[in-house]
Design a protein around this ligand. Structure first.
Ligand SMILES: [Zn+2]
Length: 429
């Protein structure tokens, strides 16, 4: 069981206390979750006690071992939430946020986790804003979160304090929204749009991997002309939506809602689908962007004219991309993803490849199936087959009654400037 309290509000320090009951082995080893560039946080003043006596704690290579003996033990440490580059464009590094009256916590930013989980589930008491509300991607009651699987702790998100909390059941799935900040639209209006998008995706794609989802919507602190105004990211059951606080009410019926459709769509089309690696990212991202705009249109969130306008933007940015004639769409993710043009080649090229693929499958099947049906099938098969990436995609299309698209795919995403897309430029205007 973990407990989170505020150690020092001004310095953004959170205290984490953990209680382990009936620990049966001699040594407890704790680790901080690792990112690609190192660990997500450094615990400060880690100490442990058992029956009132301090226990020996040793650090080695980013792991802390506690000589625990038998019985109950407790350990505690502090975490500094203030992240240096909070106002840099790199929003990914600031998923945990501690504000004046509310906070959102992503497990990996605060919890040391035992090397071998000692319990199947863990309880987390969030006492950062006593009396405030709490919602989480895991079930929560008052200030307590019940994380059913300890392994999910790093990817569990909680929103606590002065958020407005809304929730609804949609087709057996529990959808929660924690919304902070002030907006030009009402919370209910926003939640209604969100639920319509979720309902549309459930109807098209079938049961999602989990039965509970939390959306956290807050102001994006990143401002300024060249930077993005809205941003979404998902971690299993949590979707973080950061919107520009200046956003107009009309945005409820426009492109910013695509981040909801996009992040929720990743429940079916994600990195884990079909054993996907970098070479399949054009599909993971490209098909997700393409399908999410189709879904917004189906859910009557955007009009066909708005969808066409988005498509024109994608197509003209792709045409102007300096890598278009040198790098295949399917190779973009293997290159420097810090390079904006390369990122655009992956997303825009991926979008256009997904569109070309959708049309090809529709043509081959007399309009009976499309790319969304293929993704649904890939998701259903996921984990049950050895074939991955494009091979799995090809097999799913055949499975659904389409033809062999392997040659078409090779030309489409393994050749720079594929004629399948170039030939369509006149229709992309
Ligand atoms: Zn994405």
């Amino acid at each position: 069981m973990y407990r989170l309290t505020l150690a020092d509000r001004r310095l953004s320090v959170i205290r984490v206390e953990a209680f382990v009951y009936g620990f049966g082995d001699g040594r407890l080893v704790l680790r901080a979750p690792r990112s690609e560039t190192g660990t997500f946080f450094e615990p400060i003043n880690l100490s442990a006690v058992s029956s009132g006596a301090a226990l020996d704690v040793r650090e080695r290579d980013g792991a802390w071992s506690i000589e625990a003996g038998n019985g109950d033990l407790a350990f505690s440490y502090d975490v500094v939430i203030a992240i240096e580059d909070r106002y840099s464009p790199d929003v990914r590094s600031m998923l945990t946020f501690l504000g004046e009256d509310r906070c959102r916590i992503l497990g990996r930013d605060v919890f040391l986790v035992p090397e071998a989980p000692f319990a199947s589930g863990v309880l987390v008491d969030v006492r950062l804003f006593p009396g405030g509300g709490l919602s989480s991607s895991a079930p929560a009651v008052r200030d307590r979160i019940v994380v059913p699987d300890a392994g999910e702790l790093p990817r569990t998100m909680a929103a606590a304090g002065a958020f407005r909390f809304l929730s609804r059941e949609i087709g057996g799935v529990s959808v929660a929204l924690a919304i902070g900040d002030a907006w030009s639209f009402g919370d209910e209006e926003f939640f209604d749009v969100l639920c319509r998008i979720v309902a549309e995706e459930l109807a098209l794609l079938g049961p999602p991997p989990r039965s509970r989802y939390l959306f956290v919507c807050d102001g994006n602190p990143v401002r300024g002309g060249a930077r993005f105004d809205y941003y979404g990211i998902h971690y299993d059951g949590s979707m973080l939506l950061l919107l520009d606080p200046r956003i107009d009410r009309s945005a409820l019926m426009d492109a910013p809602m695509a981040i909801i459709a996009h992040e929720f769509f990743h429940n079916w089309n994600s990195e884990t689908l079909a054993g996907a690696d970098e070479s399949f990212q054009w599909f993971t991202e490209g098909a997700t962007v393409y399908c999410s705009y189709r879904i917004l249109e189906r859910a009557n969130v955007i009009s066909s004219a708005q969808r066409a306008a988005h498509r024109r933007t994608v197509a003209s940015r792709y045409r102007a991309n300096p890598y278009r004639e040198r790098v295949a769409i399917g190779e973009a993710a293997n290159r420097d993803m810090g390079d904006k043009d390369m990122v655009n080649l992956l997303y825009d090229g991926g979008y256009l490849a997904a569109e070309a693929l959708d049309e090809r499958i529709r043509k081959d099947t007399g309009g009976r199936i499309g790319i969304i049906d293929v993704i649904r099938r890939l998701h259903e098969r996921s984990g049950r087959t050895d074939i991955a990436g494009e091979a799995a995609l090809t097999a799913a299309v055949i499975d659904l009654g389409g033809s062999d698209i392997s040659g078409f795919l090779r030309e489409l995403v393994r050749t720079p400037n594929p004629h399948v897309i170039a030939d369509r430029f006149s229709s992309l205007e």
